[in-house]
Design a protein. Sequence first.
Length: 319
Amino acid sequence: MGFPKEDNERKTNFDLPFFLNILEKNGFNVNREEIKIDKHVLNGINIEESYLLFNNGVLNILFIYTNEIHKKSIIRAARDFIKKRPFNTLFIFSDRKEALLITFPDGADGEARILHLEDRLYHTDEEVLKSLRYSDDIKEFAVLVKGYLPYEKVREEFFEGYREKFQDLLSLLKRHGLSEKESTAYAQRFLGRLMFLYFLQKKGWLAGNRRFIDTISDYRQLNEVFYNGLNNPDNSMNLPYLNGSLFDREDYITDEFIDKAFEDMTSFFIEARSFFNRYNFTVDESTPSEVEVSIDPYLLGTVFENMLPEHERGNKGTF
């Protein structure tokens, strides 16, 4: 079974015009004042152009064109900048294709909130960009600035949606004859596998296609990917072999079950895919000092833990 390579869907360029449009929509009176930033102030960053887009005594918005978005280097340089010039600043770094937004709501020694935009604009990215709002009321505006790049909201919404999908799948599996134990185990594994695919897809490891999951047509084809692709070192799908138990086929997922549940499971898969497609997945784990507005690998374990009965939590590892 073959899958198409990287699609040719038009990608979003996260450049200066893009952010001027966002800020103006959010109520900002943007200046677009070109400025010079000393290379020692943003040490290690190749600054091609830089602009002060906004400054009202509460917030600076700095837009910087650089030749490469190297996340760790940029975050470190932005933190050093705030240490030298301790003022509320929203940094926007762009290489004209992707962008990195950074803010330090509690100063240079506090957490960095990060939004990494590349390839396309996800639904949750749009919602997060809406948080960059302006108000003429200085006190209200200061509160708004503290809430820029709200990663907690994105993750809470993800957990809630994931839990709803888990419950829907649990009911579906019971209707098709699986026991309570089998239904719970398979619902956990099915959603966990699908979520794991999104991290592999982000790396470009699924047939070289960053929209690979959208090419899977139904439940049978998804099982081919799980059982005969990722679980097979000699697969012909251009998929990596993952030597572990996550993609082992369950004894109770028989051909008879697949035939009987095919239409319902296909419908559920498409609904679950639509849910996951709303979120920006990253392969970089957040740390206490750097929190990205995205879904990171750490959440695989956290999600699994939260799907377990309360008395079992903390006693099991992921999958």
